[in-house]
Design a protein around this ligand. Structure first.
Ligand code: ADP
Ligand code: ADP
Length: 222
């Protein structure tokens, strides 16, 4: 589904050049749940931003369903990102003055061909999947951290993406809530077949996923 071939990412500022990723080769198959681990600064966020089509590699090729991402126009890449990829962040990134339901509807707001009624129904379905049907009218500030992350996961799911990218999704949660979120991600992967790539610092969580990829200093070490 997704292939990274000889990926290199170099950040160039006026005075320093940082090689964030060095010849990375990684294939992520449909339905896989892959965790990425490694020390701070080893390139994990850079990797996620490339996989998420938020940034481009300095060299190498990213293929999505067999076609090089660079062969698409910027507009097509934006459309691919919006339709195929859902993002979950450590700090939730919810909009505090929108209700839970409105937050989850957001990714569908500018999607062509989705009526208001359908948008609402799909958001309700996504909230049902994460077990938050009873909180649709709440605001993020009225929820626990674990519940906020569930809302963020529902928002990632609502566009029915092929791939969910999660950047330390349990990093701000205590161990009990962290485990709940991890169980939810595992269930979405196993039951619904959602492909997930997750960056984590938690070895126990990483070992629960079917594949663990370790990075060190911009390179894949296992
Ligand atoms: P991680 O997520 O594993 O902590 P990052 O991908 O954030 O690692 O960073 C990898 C390396 O690239 C680090 O040395 C970091 O300082 C550098 N880096 C990341 N983003 C930028 C940027 N926008 N400009 C310059 N250097 C960057
Ligand atoms: P932190 O854990 O430091 O708060 P997050 O996990 O929230 O960071 O975000 C991880 C990375 O994704 C950051 O580098 C951030 O700049 C970037 N990011 C956050 N939100 C978005 C977004 N909506 N679109 C694109 N990139 C984002």
């Amino acid at each position: 589904m997704l292939r990274l071939i000889d990926i290199e990412k170099v950040y160039q500022t006026k005075t320093i050049e940082t090689v964030a990723l060095n010849r990375v080769n990684l294939t992520i198959g449909k339905g896989e749940f892959v965790s990425i681990m490694g020390p701070s600064g080893c390139g994990k966020s850079t990797l996620l931003s490339l996989i998420g089509l938020l940034d481009e590699p300095t060299s190498g090729t990213i293929e999505l369903n067999g076609r090089a991402v660079r062969s698409y126009s910027d507009k097509e890449v934006a459309a691919l990102r919006n339709s195929k990829i859902g993002f979950v962040f450590q700090s939730y990134h919810l909009i505090n003055d929108l209700s839970v339901l409105d937050n989850v509807e957001l990714p569908l707001l500018y999607r062509p061909g989705v009526s208001g009624k359908e948008r609402r129904q799909r958001a309700l379905d996504a909230l049902d999947k994460v077990g938050l049907s009873a909180r649709t009218a709440h605001f993020p500030g009225q929820l626990s951290g674990g519940q906020r992350q569930r809302v963020a996961i529902a928002r990632a799911l609502v566009g029915q993406p092929e791939l969910i990218l999660a950047d330390e999704p349990t990093g701000n949660l205590d161990s009990v809530m962290g485990e709940e979120i991890m169980d939810l991600l595992l269930e979405l992967n196993r039951r619904d077949g959602v492909t997930i790539v997750m960056v984590t610092h938690d070895e126990q969580q990483a070992l629960k996923t079917e594949r663990l990829v370790r990075f060190f200093d911009g390179s894949q070490v296992s």
